[in-house]
Write a protein that binds this ligand. Structure first.
Ligand SMILES: Cc1cc2nc3c(=O)[nH]c(=O)nc-3n(C[C@H](O)[C@H](O)[C@H](O)COP(=O)(O)OP(=O)(O)OC[C@H]3O[C@@H](n4cnc5c(N)ncnc54)[C@H](O)[C@@H]3O)c2cc1C
Length: 447
């Protein structure tokens, strides 16, 4: 199976490109799409430009976990709202989203992991989330076919799953029905700045006048913003995933232990992935941000495979230009869809992990394997803020590997921010100034 969204996929959202909008959104992942949706509901004229295809990058390539469990306390209230939104989206858009509340389960191999799960329950209780600790026997009863002798687990029955490559294009159709103009194959090359504030954008197809612009460009945000002198310490790591052919039901939800993650898909197969492995390509940005990333690096050093350099055209490849003129081809249209090759050895290992976990099912046949570049921040939470130096510019990026489930809630919050209203959640953890005001950047108690 070819990955469902690729360079040759038909354009579903052709535009047309308007001359003017109230808000231009750069990036057609779940964050851009859902922000557009909520801005249009407020009656604003919104144009969303996507350099490739809606959800061509992270937003289709993820595991499809919609989880409150294990979230940073700064994200948790937004995620609780997001889950409510997913339920109403599923009522409007139907089964195509693949949204089902089948639970999320973290499995513990060690007493330290169990202690970490117990510690996180404080946050769950503060927001009335139904997470609870499971004993060894309760876990064994929940996944009776599993061979592993886990010590116990953390379980949130209200957590959910959805089918990323189907769901996000459906959400985009919903946004269009609300009046959003979406233009695929349309890279934004630069902001149009007049008298020190945002006056619109320059796209590969021409200018759009707009007083407000949102950068929701995932792994490309640092490159785009850097060209305007806005520095965010964002890096991208490669995460590999595989899809098994349909198999008997062993567990209906999503689960992982310290090595292996699996999630049943709507088609009866499982999306499987390593929970202990990423590949990383150090480039100029990585060296520039080394200090900020040291705490995460210390945590993840053993589970990261360092590769010598990123392939040509990647956001932090050595040859990728950091400056370009708005009337020349930019790095964004040179790579319509960032489609990294998965780590082949990891994919083979996943088949072994599956067979070891579920011996009765054996080594599964795979229907696909792919990878995504996760846009991550040093404290593993996003930047969601106005950029004071360029009035009219707002940024929502760096979802750090957990932006799919929170996407609808984040879209609602970002829409309030862009519209100039109070977003009704505390966004101080996500402020842009934390990178320059001496704040010690450290990952929260997210699991
Ligand atoms: C393997 C993997 C597993 C994951 N698992 C989960 C999970 O189970 N649950 C969860 O909640 N999250 C998960 N995530 C994270 C989640 O997928 C992301 O956090 C989320 O999709 C980010 O959405 P986004 O809209 O910010 O960015 P993206 O989906 O990356 O979208 C950004 C878009 O901007 C476009 N763009 C960039 N620059 C320009 C430009 N100049 N002009 C026009 N367009 C531009 C890009 O083409 C891209 O389509 C996972 C991610 C990966 C890779």
């Amino acid at each position: 199976m070819t990955f469902p969204i690729h360079d040759a996929s038909p354009v579903r959202f052709p535009g047309p490109l308007p001359a003017e909008a109230d808000v231009v959104i750069i990036g057609g992942g779940v964050v851009g799409v859902m922000t557009a949706w909520f801005l249009a509901e407020r009656g604003l004229r919104v144009t969303l430009c996507e350099k490739g295809r809606i959800a061509g990058e992270q937003s289709s390539r993820n595991w499809g976990w919609v989880r409150q469990q294990g979230r940073d306390p700064g994200e948790l209230p937004i995620m609780v709202e997001s889950l409510r939104l997913w339920k109403s989206l599923a009522q409007e858009l139907g089964q195509g989203l693949g949204f089902r509340q089948t639970g999320v389960l973290y499995l513990a191999d060690t007493a330290e992991e169990m202690a970490g799960y117990e510690g996180w329950l404080t946050h769950a209780r503060a927001h009335d989330v139904d997470s609870r600790i499971l004993s060894r026997d309760e876990v064994a009863a929940m996944i009776p076919q599993a061979a592993a002798g886990w010590k116990g687990g953390l379980w949130t029955a209200s957590d959910a799953r959805a089918e990323p490559w189907a769901a996000v294009p459906l959400l985009a159709e919903g946004a269009v029905r609300r009046g959003v103009t979406i233009v695929e194959n349309c890279a934004v090359r630069a902001l149009d700045i007049a008298a020190g504030r945002v006056a619109g954008v320059v796209t590969e197809r021409g200018r759009i006048r707009a007083g407000r612009v949102l950068v929701a460009a995932g792994a490309w945000s640092r490159l785009f913003l850097g060209a305007h002198g806005v520095k965010i310490p964002q890096l991208a790591v490669l995460a590999s995933v595989a899809a098994t052919a349909p198999l008997p039901m062993v567990f209906d939800g999503a689960a992982c232990d310290s090595r292996f993650a699996f999630r049943r898909r709507a088609d009866g197969g499982y999306s499987i992935a390593p929970s202990d492995h990423h590949d990383f390509f150090p480039g100029r940005d990585a060296f520039a941000s080394l200090r900020s990333f040291l705490p995460v690096l210390r945590q993840d050093f053993r589970t990261t495979r360092f590769r010598p350099f990123a392939p040509k055209g990647y956001p932090d490849a050595w040859g990728t230009p950091r400056r370009w003129s708005p009337d020349e081809v930019s790095p964004f249209e040179r790579m319509r869809i960032l489609n990294p090759a998965p780590n082949a050895a990891v994919v083979e290992r996943l088949r072994d992990d599956f067979a070891r976990t579920f011996p009765a099912l054996g080594r599964p046949d795979l229907t696909a394997a792919w990878a995504g570049m996760i846009d991550t921040m040093p404290d593993v939470v996003p930047v969601v803020d106005h950029i004071a130096a360029i009035p009219g510019l707002t940024v929502a990026t760096g979802m750090s590997g957990h932006g799919f489930g929170i996407g609808p809630g984040m879209g609602r919050v970002v829409a309030s921010l862009v519209a100039g209203d109070a977003p009704s959640h505390d966004l101080s953890r996500f402020r842009f100034s934390r990178f320059s005001d001496g704040t010690k950047l450290a990952p929260g108690p997210s699991l």
